[in-house]
Design a protein around this ligand. Sequence first.
Ligand code: 5AD
Ligand code: SF4
Length: 462
Amino acid sequence: MKKKLFIKTYGCQMNVYDSDRMVDVLAPLGYEPTDRPDGADMVILNTCHIREKASEKVYSELGRIRLMQNDKAAEGGRMVVAVAGCVAQAEGAEIMMRAPHVDMVFGPQTYHQLPEMVVRAVRGAGGVVNTDFPVESKFDLLPEEGFRPQGPAAFLSVQEGCDKFCTFCVVPYTRGSEYSRAVSQVLAEARRLVGHGVREITLLGQNVNAFHGEGPDGKVWGLGRLIRALAEIDGLARIRYTTSHPRDMDDDLIDAHGTVPQLMPFLHLPVQSGSDRILAAMNRKHTGDDYRRLVDRLRQRQPDLALSSDFITGFPGETDQDFADTLRLITDVGFAQAYSFKYSARPGTPAASLEGRQVDEAVKDQRLQAVQQLLNAQQVAFNQTLVGRTLTVLFDRVGKHEGQLLGRSPFMQSVHADAPARLMGQIVEVAIDGAFANSLSGHVVTGETLTPAGRPVMEAHA
Ligand code: 5AD
Ligand code: SF4
């Protein structure tokens, strides 16, 4: 009989990718995904540690799961409970001490060892803790069978870990040092995805533009070269990548934005702050002007580029002047969308121990609101510039209203339009006629041209 597997995923897209791979790894053991934790045979919390209260959230979720585990036991069943991801990596055995009903704790680099861990957890007396950084790469050992993309837009993990050591960030500690997959492996996975109907691939990595995978020619390939090779795969219409560091935008990658039509004109390029003093304290290794110049170069190659970024307000020692520099940078660059966060001290990171320099919560709040106000205004203004344009949209979801489909524009906005269900998974031209804070609306202009008799004569095309 099939066993039910429930995975709850927190945090970034890398975790979404990892959770999908855990499903693949566990399939040969008879586990099938379910969307409810109660009654499941295995529950995995795939956790994120990047910002505040992550571990507290995990412990309270584990409390709820314990009740379901007890119910299952009362019916004579067994629910295996696991904590995976970055909180698992950071807290390790501590989790088992605080939540003894947990059977397995394993870090992001070990899930290819899940089958052995499950056997050990189910048969053995104690729980399994695995926070190793194994010598073998999980990517070499993941099964190819059972690999089923969820829709026409898929993630593909190409790089993991980070050597940048920004002073606020836990990633170099939880995900380890930088690692790039081999080009042949990435291309094979991309071809498999396209074979399953995928039209858009987002290349993932904590610092994806630092990609330096071994090419089939034995040389090291950068991300630009990898993107050019992916663009040769028939049927792959759209390529994106996230997340990038400004220091790793090399000439070849910048050039790809102007020369590879499949590379979508949207780039998430976190800058964090506009103050050179704060950028130095963050160990970002670039200034505000470096970022401005980089954006200029990108826009020279691709004038239509939509930019996204991450900002932190209230980094230790941030003054009103530093914050004003951030607002100025945002005004100078102009973002189509962005994320902003209040600084939160992450234990073990250098910035957390800058005693006496921590910024007041109220000031952090105020600055966050100011930054969000400016970014929201820019986002609305950007969306309005799209009204009247015809954009390609990859329909990947059904809309709220009957007869409506939802998809993404090249610039990442959700677009809804009335469209027949058979256009799902297709790339269709949509004339944009409405702009909202978080989405666009429009009507399909290709995909079907009606004959006088009302029958469609043309299918959607890229
Ligand atoms: N506090 C606030 N925001 C953080 N980020 C990473 N670490 C912290 C922290 N300690 C933000 C950064 C990063 C994004 C993924 O999360 O802006 O780019
Ligand atoms: Fe963290 Fe990104 Fe800095 Fe790496 S580059 S340390 S992942 S913020």
